[in-house]
Design a protein around this ligand. Structure first.
Ligand code: MG
Length: 247
């Protein structure tokens, strides 16, 4: 019997891509107006987003990983901003200026961050029947403001933030913690997420039924993963859950 629903947050319950796109566009126009670098704002904003998602070149990896380890996420992001501005716009900024840019981006992104339409109503209904647990990967730095923005703790029973745990998804340990919090066995849970490598592989490691939110991603055959259920968009989550519950 299905007792527990485990959910990823970003791009599963919440429209993180949309929030990123809104903040990226605002960052682009901000940089263009402040530094008078017509046409280069888009390049900067796109490179910044890639950077914060750790989509790094080898050179960036050797430069930024030690900064994260020794000084933390915020110091890394400030350095990333300063480096990209020099590289892409030939503008040099000091730390307070970089900090202002970063804070604007974070604020714009958090302002635009929300559940997908219908998800909060679905969670309210589902919570009457199931225990709800969110497992979200990422550092506290980025995940806690998002969790607070949507008041996630009012919508679900437990929230696990990967950056606060010994291991993130797809590690079995983080799914074990979720099952223990919910007081259920693996066969009594499903896990819903959009990342094959983190969510689907993690669910399978723990023998939990997986639900993949595909968005526009191709199924990466190299990973050798077959999700148990595939949905094109999060708006299909309620029907699947109620079908599984009824069936
Ligand atoms: Mg996700």
């Amino acid at each position: 019997m299905l007792k527990t629903l485990l959910f990823d947050m970003d791009d599963t319950l919440c429209d993180t891509r949309k929030a990123n796109a809104v903040a990226e566009a605002l960052l682009s126009s901000y940089v263009e107006s402040v530094f008078s670098v017509d046409g280069k704002g888009d390049l900067f904003a796109a490179a910044y987003i890639k950077g914060i998602y750790r989509d790094w070149s080898e050179e960036q990896k050797s430069r930024y990983w030690p900064i994260i380890q020794q000084q933390g996420e915020s110091a890394f992001r400030l350095q990333l901003i300063r480096d990209l501005l020099v590289e892409l716009t030939e503008c040099e900024v000091d730390v307070p200026q970089a900090d202002a840019i970063q804070q604007k981006f974070d604020q714009d992104r958090i302002d635009a961050f929300d559940f997908y339409p219908g998800i909060s109503e679905f969670l309210a209904e589902a919570r009457k029947v199931f225990t709800l647990v969110v497992i979200t990967n990422g550092p506290e730095f980025s995940q806690i403001p998002k969790v607070e923005r949507v008041k996630l703790s009012e919508h679900v029973d437990h929230i696990i933030i990967g950056g606060q745990e010994p291991e993130q998804k797809p590690a079995k340990s983080i799914f074990d913690k979720a099952l223990a919090l919910a007081g259920c066995q693996a066969h009594e849970a499903i896990h819903v997420g959009d990342s094959l490598a983190a969510d689907i592989a993690g669910a399978h490691n723990s023998h939990i039924t997986s639900v993949w939110i595909q968005h526009q991603q191709p199924l990466d055959a190299e990973l050798g993963l077959e999700p148990h259920h595939t949905l094109f968009h999060p708006d299909e989550i309620p029907k699947l859950v109620w079908d599984l519950h009824g069936g």
